[in-house]
Design a protein around this ligand. Structure first.
Ligand SMILES: Cc1cc2nc3c(=O)[nH]c(=O)nc-3n(C[C@H](O)[C@H](O)[C@H](O)COP(=O)(O)O)c2cc1C
Length: 142
């Protein structure tokens, strides 16, 4: 099963989670500015909240790469809200991209809030999420 890991980050929190997922699946996690080179069955997509919404770079990635995305598993960090999966539904629907129900979210540091997050435990949970998602899909990552 062709699998990719992409993420958008402003302060590095989501990048840490992306690398934990990449390591768990023996894949290299890359920024959403790196377009998909071929069709992938599943894309683990890292996205966080900025002003109560997902960043436009993440939405643009979905739209621009729609023909190369089999389905998306969302992961991310935020200070207060949960996963941005709900904020990406419209973009995925309009792009004709399947959004998996499964998602991973943990706290991400923001000013004085959540210092040190994501921490080792978060990264362990993220890796487990990746492995379980691949099991759920019934395939190996590559
Ligand atoms: C400009 C800005 C706006 C933010 N708005 C929200 C928000 O609306 N809700 C929330 O839960 N977190 C919000 N946060 C916190 C981020 O989602 C959190 O710090 C996240 O871990 C950032 O991920 P990143 O380091 O990968 O960019 C905001 C952070 C910034 C910098």
């Amino acid at each position: 099963m062709k699998t990719a890991v992409r993420y958008y980050t402003r302060s590095g929190n989501t990048r840490k989670v992306a690398h934990a997922i990449g390591n768990a699946l023996s894949l290299t996690a890359e920024d959403v500015s790196t377009a998909l080179d071929t069709k992938y069955d599943v894309v683990f997509l890292g996205s966080s909240y900025y002003g109560f919404d997902a960043d436009s770079h993440v939405k643009d990635f979905i739209t621009k790469n729609r023909d190369k995305i089999g389905c998306i598993a969302v992961f991310g960090t935020s200070a207060l809200l949960g996963s941005t999966r709900g904020r990406l539904k419209k973009t995925c629907s309009e792009a004709g991209v399947k959004l998996l129900d499964t998602e991973f979210h943990c706290a991400g540091s923001f000013g004085p809030m959540h210092k040190g997050r994501p921490d080792e435990n978060d990264l362990k949970n993220a890796a487990e999420f990746a492995v379980q998602t691949m099991k759920y899909l019934g395939k190996k990552a590559n």
